[in-house]
Design a binder for this molecule. Sequence first.
Ligand SMILES: [Zn+2]
Length: 74
Amino acid sequence: MSSADSSDDHDGLVQRVINCIDCGGRAHLLTTWPADDPPIPGDILSYRCEDCRDRWDLEIPDPSDSRGDLPYFP
Ligand SMILES: [Zn+2]
């Protein structure tokens, strides 16, 4: 058991606060999950910016795929 809602800004793979893509403000995680079913890479997380109130849906990146989305040249 770990204490929920601590001051940590991340929880495993998940960042609880990100920088808003639009205005650079703080966007807070909206998505919640059961303690025994944490998000995994490929899941969608929703954030809402406290400044512009925009919502952002971001996919959790796969940490093992360090090459990211580079195009593949055969
Ligand atoms: Zn914003």
